[in-house]
Design a binder for this molecule. Structure first.
Ligand SMILES: [Zn+2]
Length: 166
């Protein structure tokens, strides 16, 4: 893992408000990959949660254990999040819109982490026995369904924005 830190400003006409609070640090990417990541982040910067002051993007430089392209670790307590990017994100068959939608998916997870963190804690404290695992599984499954639904809605918006721009 490289120690190079590159800080980019997220530049988009939609992010005037966000520009003041949102910083993205990209760690470990070479210049070619960095360009791909910067474009994807720039395309979805308007979706970033305003409470999330720092998003660290880390290139995992590895194959994921599942078929993930990206993985997110939101931390509402420190108003930050980490997104890990796997090699699959740079696959040549992915379009600009595909990559933007993948990043949007993780940003939606960051939005919902505000509720998810609290909900998990309530289930862990208030439900005992085998029902606890069932409730946590159900919560995770419904959470992912909401995120995927919103990602699809955002993808329609991204298609319109990116196609108008090109
Ligand atoms: Zn997800």
């Amino acid at each position: 893992m490289s120690n190079t830190h590159t800080t980019i400003g997220v530049d988009s006409p939609h992010t005037t408000m966000l520009m003041h609070t949102t910083r993205c640090n990209i760690i470990g990417c070479n210049a070619d990959l960095l360009l791909i990541v910067m474009r994807a982040i720039s395309d979805v910067s308007w979706i970033m949660p305003r409470w999330c002051a720092t998003i660290i993007i880390r290139y995992a430089n590895a194959e994921p254990s599942d078929d993930a392209y990206l993985r997110v670790f939101p931390d509402p307590v420190t108003s930050s999040a980490r997104i890990e990017i796997f090699d699959s994100f740079f696959a040549p068959d992915l379009s600009r819109i595909d990559r933007a939608a993948l990043v949007a998916h993780e940003l939606i997870h960051i939005h919902i982490s505000m509720i998810m963190r609290w909900s998990r804690r309530i289930v862990e404290r208030r439900i005992d026995g085998p029902s606890k695992d069932d409730a946590l599984d159900e919560l995770e499954e419904r959470h992912e369904m909401v995120v995927v639904g919103l990602e699809q809605a955002f993808r329609v918006a991204l298609e319109r924005i990116i196609e108008t721009e090109q």
